[in-house]
Design a protein around this ligand. Structure first.
Ligand SMILES: [Zn+2]
Length: 420
């Protein structure tokens, strides 16, 4: 059995030893002696739970920096043009590149919305991190396409039956405005029947709210309630433009909201994410990066900082979103949403651990580790990543890193040559 002993590591406010046995945090104590274990001297390190990125489109690493400083619709049209040219090989290296970036920035699990779940799961297996993979239904109201999408989702679900324990399958509907009512209901029923998460883009832009009122006479959240879709299995990406009634509904049904702060800022969707209000209503609040087409990176530490700064700024309250709440949003709340026994450095939890190097300017002096982590440091402080009890990065080195960079760069060139 795998045995890793983290010696003299800073965790949960003090120095301790942490023993990983198999894929579990087996023991945390002042001092542990385990002769068979692989010992890591952590006297300059801190242990935190791996971040969980609750909304992304991993393979969109291949659209990174493809179209900048462009209004939303022309930008989207360009991205769709690129995506139409993504073949299986590009998809594979795009996923590998995403996993590499997530490891480098301390993320051990991500909730994905894309296509090619088998390829994405293979990338996770090879890289050693966890992924929640979904087939994203999108029909634009075309009934022939809607039928095809249902069949494609069932095929993806069948494929997921052979997934390893690192991978979870979920159901995705792109958004209420891109998926017909019949498929919204069908997807919800499928998720309920097979006990799967239901991932959706919800209330992302002001225009979406206006269109929803015109089309259904209610908000997108109210529309989802009408279709019986709101529940604690729903992962609602963005959840940005919410009325007090929407917030009440999301709390009542225990919906998980995902704040995609950098993406929302960059494509000018808005910035007043109702974080405190959602938490107070009983909704589960988490954080995501969105895809690299809009957020450009998959860096959860950067997203945490931006999210906190924004909340403090528009609320005109420096005490808004204290650090312990913020860090829960980055991992613990997400683990709860997925039903993953992780998100905390605690005995009995899955060993998804990130070791932070504190021997640098960002942690000096270190009066408040969490403050230094979020507000001072950047993800270059992520030194070592353990996922499912296995070391996937040590001393910032990931096996096969150069091969991934070379292949992803070549795929990017091939992709762009098909566009221009
Ligand atoms: Zn998205």
């Amino acid at each position: 059995m795998n045995e890793i002993l983290l010696k003299n590591v800073y965790a949960r406010g003090k120095r301790c030893d942490i023993l990983v046995l198999g894929n579990i945090i087996s023991k945390i104590a002042d001092s542990i002696d385990a002769p068979a274990a692989e010992v890591i001297d952590c006297s300059r390190m801190a242990a935190i739970p791996g971040f969980i990125n609750m909304h992304t489109h991993a393979a969109m690493t291949m659209t990174r920096s493809a179209k900048e400083d462009t209004p939303l619709m022309p930008w989207l049209q360009h991205i769709w043009k690129i995506e139409a040219q993504i073949d299986e090989e590009i998809l594979y290296w795009g996923n590998k590149l995403a996993c590499l970036e997530m490891i480098k920035t301390g993320t051990t699990c991500y909730n994905d919305m894309y296509w090619g779940v088998g390829i994405a799961a293979r990338a996770c297996d090879e890289m050693g991190i966890r992924g929640v993979h979904s087939y994203c239904m999108l029909d634009n109201g075309d009934m022939v396409k809607a039928e095809k999408e249902r069949r494609a989702l069932v095929r993806a679900w069948e494929e997921s039956q052979s997934f390893s324990s690192l991978n979870i399958f979920s159901v995705s509907v792109h958004a209420p405005y891109t998926v017909c009512e019949q498929n919204m209901r069908w997807a919800n029923e499928f998720a309920r029947e097979h006990d799967l998460l239901l991932h959706i883009h919800l209330s992302e832009t002001e225009q979406e709210i206006i269109d929803s009122q015109n089309k259904w006479g209610c908000s997108p959240v109210e529309y989802c309630e009408r279709l019986g879709m709101l529940s604690d299995r729903m992962i609602a990406a963005h959840s940005l433009w919410l009325s007090p009634h929407d917030i009440e509904l999301m709390g009542k049904y225990g919906v998980t909201a995902v704040h995609n702060v950098n993406s929302n800022l960059k494509i000018s969707s808005g910035y007043k994410f109702p974080m405190e209000e959602l938490i107070a209503a009983g909704a589960n609040v988490t954080l995501g990066t969105d895809g690299c087409g809009s957020s450009n990176n998959l860096d959860m530490l950067e997203a945490l900082k931006t999210a906190a700064l924004l909340q403090k700024a528009w609320r005109k309250n420096p005490a808004a979103i204290p650090l312990d709440t913020l860090l829960k949003i980055g991992s613990e709340n997400a683990a709860k949403a997925i039903g993953l026994n992780a998100g905390k450095i605690e005995e009995g939890k899955l060993a998804d651990i990130v070791l932070i190097d504190m021997n640098n300017v960002w942690f000096t002096p270190n009066y408040d580790f969490e403050a230094n982590l979020v507000y001072s440091a950047n993800s270059s402080c992520v030194d070592t990543v353990i996922c499912d009890g296995r070391i996937v990065m040590r001393g910032r080195k990931v096996e096969g890193e150069q091969e991934i960079l070379d292949n992803a760069a070549a795929c990017g060139e091939r992709l762009m040559s098909r566009i221009l």
